[in-house]
Write a protein that binds this ligand. Sequence first.
Ligand code: 9PG
Length: 540
Amino acid sequence: MPQEVTFVNLRIEYSYGIIQRMTTLLLDADAIPETSNHQIITASRMDLNLTQPPKRFFRHGWQSWTLTTWLDPRDPPLPIRAPEFRAKDEDPAYTFHQNHVSAWVGAVELGEDDVLLVGALNLSGRVELSGYTLKSFYEDARQGEWLVARGKEDEVFEIYTSLLETRFGKTRFDKPPRVWCSWYSLYKWINEPTLAKALHGLGDLPFDVFQIDDGWQDDSGHWEAGKNFPSGMKSFADKIKSTGRTAGIWLSPFIVTPNLSIFHEHNDWLLRDEQGNLISAGMNWTGATYALDITHPEVLNWLDHLIRKVVGWGYDYLKLDFLYAGAAIGKRHKDISREEAYRNAMQVMRHAAGDAYILACGAPVIPSLGLCDGIRIGTDVTPYWINKPWTIWLNNPNDPNTQNAIRTSIHRLWLKPLVNVDPDVLYFRTRYNGLKPNENQLLQDLGTITGFKATSDLPGWWRPSELEKVREFLEAAPKVHKRKRYEYQLDERNVDFSPAIPVRTSNVDFPVWLARSWGLLKVVWYQVLPALLASRGMRT
Ligand code: 9PG
């Protein structure tokens, strides 16, 4: 029998199914006062019927790189046209879903300053907008708690954030670090002499961390130094620490590629589907990647040893990347939900890391809370605003570029009380930089707002005036005031992020091969060529 309970001014109707509890929540939006109020409801599914079409739908991306924004509900979801990017950029369960599906938290804008938010308080919650109905559900029909809150946008997100803290915990670091990271200048072409030169070139600039990114490792998959680091990784950590900075290093512990020996040595560690086929984890710079079954006891043991080894070398800042692969869909050794599997393995690594700082990247967001200190909140930046063929022609708002990165990051600033939010690196160089001054400034301003100040610029690429700008920027702490959804005031200066917000798609069926090749030209020109020159000691 349906049962009614009072929820502020909402009418809730509970009905009980045989196997699971279904909750249908009937909402008369006009009857609810627009002042902040909230309620926690336990259900595996909750259908919330809106009496009016929402003006906007807040879609929260599953992992760091996935589109997060307020959408026009009339715009249908469009799958990424190039299959190789789907597993890397989207929640694989909903790639072809006909409705917008938001990960853990969804919201609708009913009027000016009037937002209704539904937020999962357990793992595996999703919120789908289907016409006038907000359909919230836990995957695999699990039972869980939901926050339903109505009020001003910032207020409802604050309520959600404080409840998430009680469920999952928060970072131990109030102040984010200032980081020099090797990726966005040298990419995978790093070597000992070039990094040593960069380390030296930073002089007394106030960077807390010097972080070595992808490219240091050999082809074993066991995370040992590659041939470009003949003195070994411990030796380089010592070098970094002798300059008074924390040593940082990049790892992607949940993915493997077929060129690695571990792929063949431990084929039984790989995640497979019901039919025994390997699960693709998308592409990285070296090609196809596959996911590890992180519920396998040997894999968990291996992860524990790996983190202890790297921390033992002297690295106290770990950028753990491509973490979404841990929560890929597949048949696991242990029959638990994919996000539970992810959180258990993160817990093992958190424990093994001791006091080291963990930056989660490419990471399912809510399942990482409490187990990482920082999290990347957008896709990768690039020294240009947009890569049209890859973003527009291939319908990929998660494609690495600065516009996509700013858009997603700006919609995740509400996470700041829980975790250091990393909007990716900022550029201070004009050399090899195709960003217009106003675009570059927006990215820097995002760094100021999050407090996570990072760059990859090689010191030799800076003009003397740019180097001074870096010092000033790292030391500055302007007062940040949010004026509107996309407008901020930094001390006396107004900043408007609106130019980064539109999602541009194409109705033209450009051949995918053409879009791929065309887009690659920009990557080669702005990213690969400068990196190759610099890695050979030229123009650094
Ligand atoms: C290292 C990088 C950096 C970066 C991470 C992550 O092939 N791809 O399309 C691709 C996209 C992004 C990407 C890597 C590969 O970025 O976000 O900061 O650490 O890995 O490989």
